[in-house]
Ligand binder design. Sequence first.
Ligand SMILES: *Cc1c(COP(=O)(O)O)cnc(C)c1O
Length: 431
Amino acid sequence: MTVEFQVQGVPVSELARRYGTPLFVYDGTALRDRFHGLRDRLHPAMEIFYSLKANPNISICALLHSFGARAEVSSLVELTTALRAGVPPQQVIFLGPGKSRQELAACLDSGIHAVVCESIPEVALVDELARERGVKAPVALRVNPRFAVKRSGLAMGGKPRQFGIDEEELFATTDLVKRFPDVDLMGVHVYMGTRILHEAVIVENTTRILDLAERLSAALNLELRMVDVGGGLGVSYFDGESDLDVQVLTDGLNPVIEDFTARHPGTRLIMELGRYLTAEAGTYVMGVRYTKTSMGERFAVADGGTHHHMAAVGIGSFVKRNFPMAVLNRLDEPATEEWNVTGPLCTPGDTIGKKVPLPPVRPGDLIGVHRSGAYGPTASPGLFLSHGYPAEVLVHEGRCHLVRERDSPEDLLQRQRLYDPTAHDAADVPH
Ligand SMILES: *Cc1c(COP(=O)(O)O)cnc(C)c1O
């Protein structure tokens, strides 16, 4: 008997038959366990906001919200997604360095908890929009701190950045509250980086951010109704990495949070998490189309590739490191061979895995990339070679839900126009 990968009792071959491949499958129970693993141990004063950037699927957002997550959004569509998923506006914050006037207006009109401003000109625009509406705009300031975090996948602080306002500049701009009368400066946001796999680094960041928020609040005379300490909690993908120990992490964080809340009982504390919440719950399933050898190496050419899963190419690394992969329909067979797993794109870069230890691969096999629930389609060039985005399926409480339809050729073509050489757009100046 062969052992097959299952999601809540549903065999992967059944999912592939029903929905086709390539396919993203999300396990609702894994998502819940992930959320509660942290929520149940973390100090209750610290709210968990889901960063939709990691996986903007509306059903993922709704499910996480049903467990208790709030939402951190960075575009008009993400804002609309969170609201349609049922997240109340007071549980939504909006951040991002280049918000449009339309996005800022939508923030004010929908009544979200805070607009996180990333520059002083942006605060000025919010002030103007608030005045037009006769409201006070709730604004948190994103700070680009002087300090940087070591040992993160991508460090944010201590460097010139388009994100946030430099700490030095803020401390020097003491008339900020007075300058923008229609803005309610109510909080501070700092995001130190992503893919952090060391508990002590997250505890240290949080400690420094809370301290910075207190000092800023005193210097600028701004109320501290909210402090967003970022997050950046990572998950392990590669050999030699190990996952955060949530008990060690919360044992370190909780006293820091307790200490702060004792002094600021009215301050909302926010941690924003993307990858940490969704990565583990997702599997990218590809069907093998052809197998071949080239100059002594084995290739499994699959129907899926980096146009859906760019992250699997390797993050910030020149050496190709592989995500965890398996032949899902024959899990029990020992990995006795090395395979390059490639996709349908006409570029050598379309390599999902290099020299991956797998059992002998055959056409029709289903190769799975585990830990693929974050930064999949959303962070991949889905339009490359006009393949479009794959289907996404959520399995929850034993039931399957198609939560994103696969792009059809018509979907991909319908926004293009075949030009008519005898006509021109009305706005054009005819020659
Ligand atoms: C990308 C981003 C997040 C989410 O990052 P993860 O590493 O997925 O948790 C949160 N906050 C900000 C400001 C971000 O840019």
